[in-house]
Design a protein around this ligand. Structure first.
Ligand SMILES: Nc1ncnc2c1ncn2[C@@H]1O[C@H](COP(=O)(O)OP(=O)(O)OP(=O)(O)O)[C@@H](O)[C@H]1O
Ligand SMILES: [Mg+2]
Length: 168
């Protein structure tokens, strides 16, 4: 059962890998909500650069100082069902652009249609991370760009190891 007066938020994503944009949103959410459940989408049919275990470990390391943040994983499942599993009444979504907003508001309406008790809350990251997406970070890093200011240090290190092993 949900603890009285306690608001849990769920923050779902692929986190392949986590970026400073993600971390910024997790920190902001942790200040607003009593508990934040970061839920990593484990999609075995889609090729990811980092395994579920690696994504989990990186997220755990970068959120170590945040006592009210938990990292979990999930497979093909409705976000509203996932929210109910963790007694979360809020789904946190990040919006970077009008395109994100358009997609996310449609998604939020569908989620509300399925479960009117769960609210979607949109957050923006710091302006300097507003263009940061995992896919773009991987793409430019693989072509030699310095992404050290866009991802946490442990992720930067892991990304470089990954790129070295794939280029070898
Ligand atoms: N820089 C950012 N600013 C605000 N929100 C962000 C940022 N990066 C990611 N998010 C949000 O984090 C959540 C999880 O996103 P996701 O795992 O798809 O990351 P992503 O960076 O968009 O990766 P990909 O490029 O693989 O889609 C989404 O709600 C997304 O909008
Ligand atoms: Mg995305």
């Amino acid at each position: 059962m949900k603890e009285v007066g306690m608001t849990t938020a769920i923050f779902p994503g692929t986190f392949d890998p986590a970026t400073n944009g993600h971390l910024d949103l997790i920190r902001r959410s942790a200040r607003i909500f009593d508990k934040v459940v970061v839920a990593i989408f484990d999609n075995p049919s889609k090729r990811q650069m980092f395994s579920l275990e690696e994504r989990l470990s990186l997220l755990q390391q970068i959120t170590e100082g945040l006592g009210n943040v938990d990292i979990v994983s999930f497979q093909r499942q409705l976000t509203v069902a996932l929210a109910r599993t963790y007694q979360a009444s809020v789904i946190v979504k990040g919006v970077r652009s009008v395109a994100d907003f358009e997609y996310e508001t449609q998604m939020a309406s569908m989620n509300r249609y399925m479960d009117d008790d769960i609210e979607t809350v949109y957050l923006t990251s710091r302006v300097e991370y507003s263009f940061v997406a995992s896919s773009l970070v991987k793409e430019v890093a693989s072509l030699g760009a310095d992404v050290s200011e866009l991802v946490p240090p442990v992720v930067f290190e892991a990304l470089h190891k990954k790129l070295q092993s794939t280029n070898a």
